[in-house]
Design a protein around this ligand. Sequence first.
Ligand code: E4P
Length: 219
Amino acid sequence: MKFFIDTANLDEIREAHDLGVLDGVTTNPSLMAKEGITGDANIKAHYKAICKIVEDKVSAEVIATDYEGMVREGKELAKLDDKIVVKIPMIRDGVKAIRYFHSEGIRTNCTLIFSSGQALLAAKAGASYVSPFIGRLDDIAIDGLDLIAQIVHIYQNFGYETEVLAASVRHTMHLIKCAELGADVVTCPLKVITGLLKHPLTDAGLAQFLADHAKAASK
Ligand code: E4P
């Protein structure tokens, strides 16, 4: 399973990268705004800075919602670095844009997926990744993990190469459940990944080992 970090914060991306388990980064316009990154030139410079930190797969989202605009913006983003994956919303013109980028060999991440039908459409158009938002479904009392299971099942039925990128992941159990269900990728804040580290028996066991070692050394 691949781990992506869902942030535009360079320090957090560096920290996740230093941990040695990071496979990519996803951003969105809200995350860029949260970091105070505005204006076309600053946004592009920020994507380049992110690409310098990680090995591959940096999702950069288009703002346009019409086909021509998405193609123009996506081409500009893809030109910034080979690591860029163009992030396209699941709307009618988005599906057409995904098909275009697929034919040009440019990777895409189809975002704002909330149903298995949308995921099927994105895979048929040739998306490299689909991003089902599980936390946002949970927020409205629809089980987001059920959607992951449905999409994984449908893609397996037909052998689609599109990767299931579980997004809007809010906690560590989401990540573990996505792994059990066979999601190819999970994107989440760093604390969701570091949550995997924690176990009280590990802490207690290590404290005991160190205490025993110190006692023996002092004899
Ligand atoms: C995915 O690519 C999105 O950036 C993200 O996961 C959205 O998560 P949120 O629902 O926590 O904003």
